[in-house]
Design a protein around this ligand. Structure first.
Ligand code: ADP
Ligand code: MG
Length: 257
């Protein structure tokens, strides 16, 4: 279990390049327990790469990443990020959940199996307990009674809420969302955002890449504006959105007025 007083996630001076293209140039961020951090910025700015590095789907070239007291990387003499061993990475993966833009449910699994599979097979938790939790999560997501359906029988918004239930079933310290509503029409978007609002009200720690500026302003505590692999501006979410300090932030936000 994570030390309650430490930030849930700490990233310092992260760098990542694909070939000669530097995608993350020097990114630092801290996520405290119970906080919601929104990440906004133009397409191609490195937001998804940042989330993929934080969730160990990509490796950092440089930078220090920790989950609570668990150091995932350390920096060697040449300034390169060196990852911890198998046990460290396995432990780190129990600390977070990830929700993608396109739901990424297993199409041939039922809703219940999509949610319960990893807790049973990876976390080795008792089937009865996990299935009870999965049903409770479905009820909370407004999806009671859908446990035996397969994803294609559900709307996009319902599928995304199953994906959120699946991430929550792993009891993570923090949930990451990469544009969770970008593939949804406005009506379905509303339902998914409401679920995330409810989680925020329960003080679930979350990091959300989003283009929903009103939502970010209302729900996030802190906000980062990223452009071209750097944090251009960060601060209280409402302050940055209502009163951006940098011209690039202002120009970006003007697209949403
Ligand atoms: P965002 O999510 O802010 O739109 P991304 O992190 O997806 O930005 O992309 C940032 C940059 O990194 C883009 O120029 C993109 O083309 C590049 N990129 C992302 N993933 C890869 C990859 N696997 N290989 C090469 N380039 C990539
Ligand atoms: Mg992206």
């Amino acid at each position: 279990m994570t030390n309650e007083n430490l930030p849930v996630v700490t990233l310092e001076h992260a760098k990542k390049a694909f070939g000669s293209v530097e995608v993350l140039k020097d990114i630092s961020l801290t996520v405290n327990r119970g906080d919601v951090l929104a990440i906004i910025g133009p397409s191609g700015g490195g937001k998804s790469t940042l989330l993929r590095c934080l969730t160990l789907l990509e490796t950092l070239d440089a930078g220090d990443l920790s989950y609570g007291d668990l150091a995932v990387t350390r920096t060697d003499g040449a300034g390169r990020a060196v990852y911890g061993g198998k046990e460290v990475l396995a432990e780190a993966k129990t600390r977070f959940g990830l929700v993608f833009q396109n739901f990424n449910l297993f199409p041939h699994y039922t809703v219940l199996k999509n949610i319960a599979d990893a807790p049973i097979c990876v976390q080795k938790r008792p089937k009865d307990e996990v299935e009870a939790q999965a049903r409770a999560l479905l009820a909370k997501m407004g999806l009671a009674g859908k446990e035996n359906m397969v994803p294609c029988e559900l709307s996009g918004g319902q599928q995304q809420r199953v994906a959120i239930a699946r991430a929550l079933a792993l009891n993570p310290d923090v949930l990451f969302f990469d544009e969770p509503t970008s593939a949804l029409d406005p009506e379905l978007t509303r339902d998914v955002l409401q679920v995330i609002r409810d989680l925020a009200a329960e003080r679930m720690t979350m990091v959300i890449v989003t283009h929903e500026m009103g939502f970010a302003r209302d729900v996030a505590d802190h906000l980062i504006f990223m452009d071209d692999g750097r944090v251009v501006e960060s601060g209280r979410a409402a302050d940055v959105i209502n009163n951006p300090a940098h011209e690039r932030t202002r120009a970006f936000l003007a697209n949403y007025e």
